[in-house]
Design a protein around this ligand. Structure first.
Ligand SMILES: [Zn+2]
Length: 215
């Protein structure tokens, strides 16, 4: 009888804890139903990591700083090109995934582009890729992967599905760009001694322009 009670409690706990997760619909177009249509040509930029979370590290180079550097450059390029830009952080601060998607969801933005850089224990590894979660993310992720690799002189590793909280909870098409591997020493050298981050920001501008030209 005691074990039956235990079984019952476990079952109840399963329904309480697991069901809300299972019931989440990643492909639903948005919550609330009566949301205003997005501002045309509007982008929410999300520089990954920040504050106490450095992301990938290569010597003195921290991914959180590189992500912010690219986002700030891209924001200026987009604004010059007539886009409306929102940004989850413009300085070095700690943000949760919920801070990020709630901020972007509270603006009437058309797309969300999260900027990250990859890391590996293999210092020779380097390629461009983009991540998606929802069906509505695929075109944006593919356009980013296809547009970024060639200007950076890297191979295109294409897109992968990744259960990121930011992608999952974003109401709009969203992607994570992984422009290059920060742990690659050639990249570290390019960042320190060339306009590598300007190149990447320019490539991401091209990606966003091509996406909006067809969506
Ligand atoms: Zn990252």
């Amino acid at each position: 009888m005691k074990s039956l009670l235990k079984y019952f409690i476990t079952l109840c706990l399963f329904f309480v804890l697991a069901l809300p997760v299972l019931a989440a619909k990643p492909d639903s177009p948005g919550r609330g139903g009566d949301k205003e249509p997005p501002i045309p040509n509007s982008v929410c930029l999300d520089p990954g990591h920040g504050g106490s979370d450095s992301g990938a590290v290569n010597g003195d180079l921290l991914e959180k700083d590189v992500n912010l550097g690219v986002a700030n450059k891209l924001s200026a390029l987009l604004t010059n090109a007539g886009y409306t830009v929102f940004q989850t952080r413009t300085d070095d601060r700690t943000l949760s995934n919920a801070d990020r998607y709630n901020y972007c969801n509270s603006q009437q933005v058309a797309i969300l582009v999260s900027i990250h850089h990859n890391g590996s224990t293999d210092p020779n590894l380097d390629y461009s890729s983009a991540l998606y979660m929802k069906k509505t993310d695929v075109d944006l992720a593919q356009t980013v992967a296809d547009s970024v690799s060639s200007p950076l002189g890297l191979s295109n590793h294409g897109i992968s599905r990744f259960a990121s909280g930011v992608l999952l909870k974003a109401d709009m098409p969203a992607t994570i760009s992984e422009g290059f591997f920060l742990t690659n020493d050639l990249e570290a050298d390019l960042i320190n001694n060339s306009n590598r981050l300007d190149q990447e920001a320019q490539a991401l501008l091209t990606a966003i322009q091509s996406y909006f030209a067809t969506h």
